[in-house]
Design a protein around this ligand. Structure first.
Ligand SMILES: *[C@@H]1O[C@H](CO)[C@@H](O)[C@H](O)[C@H]1NC(C)=O
Ligand SMILES: *[C@@H]1O[C@H](CO)[C@@H](O)[C@H](O)[C@H]1NC(C)=O
Ligand SMILES: *[C@@H]1O[C@H](CO)[C@@H](O)[C@H](O)[C@H]1NC(C)=O
Ligand SMILES: *[C@@H]1O[C@H](CO)[C@@H](O)[C@H](O)[C@H]1NC(C)=O
Ligand SMILES: *[C@@H]1O[C@H](CO)[C@@H](O)[C@H](O)[C@H]1NC(C)=O
Ligand SMILES: *[C@@H]1O[C@H](CO)[C@@H](O)[C@H](O)[C@H]1NC(C)=O
Ligand SMILES: *[C@@H]1O[C@H](CO)[C@@H](O)[C@H](O)[C@H]1NC(C)=O
Length: 770
């Protein structure tokens, strides 16, 4: 028992306080006091960015140009151009990974928000936007304080969580392309300093920080069963490309106006992503209007030669990526081989200039060529913004809004703050706060474990047994756990995974809880006086059917990797100071799913081969928990109170009907404009507690035909309701986007037949006439 009430921040303030003052100077070019350059056009802020970049590139020698094609670009002293580091990370907070940011100065920590897979469960775009805005602001403070050698961050990771075993699934917004796309837009706009909704984004204009949509494209396998990301050739159908893998990138560019894209390690249908002109230039730049730079994943150019063998010689790899439209190489390959590629006439200097124009344009948009950045638009942001109270509160809000309640028999949760006599806390993840920050982390402002947070907040006599030393739980001490469980009023087990089991370069092979976790949980549940609570900390989904079925396990909470405030958020959720409202952003598959080859990229099922398909949109097999699932401490009811039309007539257009469907591109933008659609949904809180949660609107079809989805999320909105309150929510839908899917040629089509649009438990029909 530990009855003291430790003041949360004493320790932390000693360890992590960021001092407000810093004398380090950020790197910049075009010092106005330097007479040799201040009259040159590239230093003239009143000229257009493109013209300035062109002027600068025209002044560089071939050797100087080549040096600028890699992530650590050196200075050009004769032109007063500073060095620049392109590689920084900021997945869910300013990260210590990458090369551009140092935590070694006046700023020693940064706000660590929940890992993305958990934030995704809030289905709250405005929260995602505010989070990214806070990260962008903190990153500026690092830069202004001389702790940043660059402002280009290689986030967000917007790949589809296609397979539950993916070690980097934790970094993504889950399995749904609409959600991943909306997450991308919110993150990019927040980080880059743009407005969330409405308003033209000034393309010429300044960037608070630069975001980068990665990994382009169809990249979602790290290292599984002897297949690694460097040599993997993803065989992707045109159909899946159009309506699963590409939509997040399209949204990131078209609506988010991302200033960066990273091309992936893997090949797609034989062609290395970074050498694919169709992907980089024809699709991203020409079709979607991308105006930014394209970086390779680290060493993704080198592997095109070896091990992929796609390029015969190193110079061929260099030529392939520069001609495809890639601009900067994370690594040193372009530094080593570009000059010889020019000499051997495999690339021309104009291919290099094309890349450099993109690169210098970004640095100019970041305000690095206008004199001291501390005197410019974002110059006043300083260390007091890092770990500010607002940002720490936001980290807590994000964790609270995202935790998912998976089971709650007989309203076991929340525990009573007044009548809970004692607690037994068990599990390898119960007294660790390091686990909360997942991967691509930085040093958090302050953080306490679930055990410490419970102690600080509720002061209930608590006994703790770790049970297993680590989440792998290869050896287990059941007796000690059973002993404290027997005697406690309430028992909470904090289990799951950690970074030794799922991470970059490591996919899982199994979907169950690792090692002896199931044995430990079951043994503890068996002896406990009342049903126990299971808290799962993990990114990818786990098969917990055994716990779902066991009546002695009363409640299950999934808390992802909840960021620096995760301990407090989980404690508050256990005791009803937070009402969980998160919904799963990914299907939780049974263990048997691990029989499916992870290398099989097909989204659609193939019954003839016993292939079940992937994600809630296509998967035909049983689930442990479904995409979109999540309970609450209160009861909500939903009613679709109106839809703007019961029939959708697409037969008046000139588009040709083909096997029961009509092509969206043939309908044309005018056709799409004329078939706007809206729905009103009434949500009532019938329970006894206020709560905030997302309302998910789905569409399904009685005629999915070949290649249609089983179900498709079309829109989501967050609603906060006090006890007894009712609110109506309006959804505006574009049928061309929401009611369509791709055909086998990769064209978006709408099927004729009946659609059912609705929310949990209530639907309306729409007749599609072609
Ligand atoms: C940092 O910025 C805050 C405003 O956000 C300002 O009040 C403070 O004076 C600044 N500190 C320094 C050292 O410039
Ligand atoms: C910067 O460009 C503007 C617009 O062309 C021009 O009027 C001005 O003289 C230039 N400034 C310098 C210092 O060259
Ligand atoms: C730019 O010029 C200023 C003033 O001459 C000098 O202090 C600074 O070191 C130069 N920076 C670079 C990167 O050359
Ligand atoms: C919980 O972890 C903290 C920090 O590592 C440690 O100081 C403390 O002793 C642990 N508590 C228990 C009960 O083991
Ligand atoms: C379990 O995890 C610990 C800590 O990461 C490690 O030392 C140990 O080797 C792991 N055991 C197995 C069997 O993987
Ligand atoms: C479209 O179909 C509806 C319902 O069958 C019908 O009433 C209407 O006349 C058709 N319109 C055209 C242009 O064929
Ligand atoms: C929610 O509704 C169910 C079924 O109607 C009922 O059993 C349960 O007590 C309700 N829960 C709350 C918190 O109101």
């Amino acid at each position: 028992m530990r009855a003291h009430n430790l003041p949360l921040f004493t320790i932390v303030i000693l360890l992590h306080t960021n001092s407000a003052q810093s004398d380090a100077t950020p790197p910049f070019s075009c010092d106005p006091s330097n007479p040799s350059t201040n009259s040159l056009p590239f230093c003239n802020a009143s000229l257009a960015v493109a013209a300035r970049a062109k002027d600068l590139v025209s002044r560089l020698t071939l050797d100087e140009k080549v040096q600028q094609l890699v992530n650590n670009a050196p200075s050009v002293p004769r032109l007063n151009v500073s060095a620049y580091e392109w590689w920084s990370e900021a997945l869910h907070g300013v990260s210590r990974h990458g090369k551009g940011i140092t935590f070694g100065g006046a700023i020693k920590s940064a706000t660590m928000f929940p890992q993305i897979i958990l934030s995704a469960a809030s289905f709250d775009s405005s929260l995602w936007y505010r989070t990214a805005q806070a990260i962008g602001k903190e990153s500026r403070a690092f830069f202004n304080g001389g702790q940043g050698k660059g402002m280009t961050f290689w986030a967000p990771n917007i790949n589809i969580l296609r397979d539950p075993r993916w070690g980097r699934g934790q970094e993504t917004a889950g399995e749904d392309p609409l959600v991943a796309g909306k997450y991308a837009v919110a993150y990019v706009r927040g980080l880059q300093g743009d407005r969330f909704e409405g308003g033209e984004i000034m393309r010429e204009g300044s960037l608070m920080a630069s975001a980068c949509c990665k990994h382009y494209t169809a990249h979602d396998l790290d290292n599984w069963n002897g297949v690694d990301r460097y040599s993997f050739d993803a065989k992707v159908t045109k159909q899946d490309m159009t309506d699963t893998f590409q939509p997040p990138f399209k949204a990131c560019v078209e609506q988010g106006k991302a200033s960066g894209i990273m091309c992936a390690y893997n090949r797609v249908n034989g062609i290395p992503s970074c050498a694919d002109r169709n992907l980089l230039t024809a699709t991203a730049r020409q079709q979607w209007g991308f105006e930014g730079y394209i970086a390779s994943d680290c060493d993704a150019v080198a592997i095109i030669h070896d091990p992929q063998g796609y390029a015969k010689e190193p110079e061929d790899a260099v030529a392939a990526v520069l001609k495809a439209g890639m601009d900067v190489n994370c690594g040193s390959y372009l530094l080593k081989y570009t000059k010889s590629a020019v000499e051997r006439k495999k690339v021309s200097e104009s291919d290099i200039d094309r890349a450099l124009l993109n690169l210098f344009s970004i640095r100019m948009r970041l305000g690095h060529f206008d004199g001291d950045p501390r005197k410019l638009q974002y110059g006043a942001i300083n260390a007091t913004s890092v770990c500010s109270n607002d940002h720490q509160d936001l980290a807590l809000e994000a964790a609270r809004s995202s935790i998912v309640l998976l089971k709650n028999e007989a309203a076991l949760l929340p525990f009573s703050k007044t009548s809970t006599k004692s607690l037994a806390l068990i599990g390898p993840n119960a007294n660790s706060s390091a686990i909360f920050t997942g991967n691509y982390e930085g040093y958090p402002c302050k953080t306490v474990s679930i055990l410490q947070a419970l102690d600080n907040l509720y002061n209930i006599p608590t006994k703790f047994v770790q049970g297993c030393e680590f989440a792998n739980c290869t050896s287990v001490s059941t007796d000690a756990a059973v002993a404290i469980a027997k005697e406690a009023d309430r028992v909470v087990l904090v289990m799951g995974l950690d970074q030794s089991l799922e991470r970059e370069k490591l996919d899982r092979v199994e979907l169950g809880l690792p090692g002896h976790q199931e044995d430990l949980i079951t043994a503890v549940a068996e002896v406990a006086v009342k049903p126990v609570v299971l808290v799962l900390l993990c990114g990818g989904p786990v098969d917990v059917s055994f716990a779902k079925k066991n009546p002695k396990i009363g409640s299950i909470l999934w808390a992802g990797y909840p960021g620096e405030a995760g301990g407090v958020a989980v404690a508050q959720t256990l005791f009803g100071d937070n009402n969980p409202g998160g919904k799963l952003p990914v299907t939780w598959y049974p263990k048997e799913f691990s029989k499916v080859a992870m290398t099989d990229m097909r989204m659609r099922p193939d019954p003839s081969q016993g292939y079940p398909g992937r994600t809630y949109r296509f998967y035909t097999g049983p689930t442990v928990y479904e995409f979109g699932y999540g309970l609450s401490y209160t009861n909500y009811t939903y009613k679709v109170i109106s839809v703007s039309r019961g029939s959708l007539f697409l037969n008046s257009s000139s588009a040709v009907k083909k096997s029961g469907s009509i092509s969206v591109s043939e309908l044309g933008s005018k056709g799409c404009e004329s078939i706007k659609f809206s729905a009103q949904v009434r949500v009532t809180n019938h329970g006894s507690m206020a709560g905030k949660h997302p309302v998910l609107l789905f569409v399904r079809s009685n005629n999915p035909g070949s290649g249609g989805t089983r179900r498709q999320l079309v829109e989501f909105k967050t609603v906060a309701l006090s006890q007894g309150e009712t609110k109506d929510i309006g959804f505006d839908i574009s049928p061309c986007e929401s009611f369509s899917h791709a055909d086998e040629d990769g064209a978006l089509v709408i099927n004729e037949g009946t659609l059912y649009i609705g929310v949990e438990g209530d639907e309306r029909t729409i007749n599609v006439v072609i």
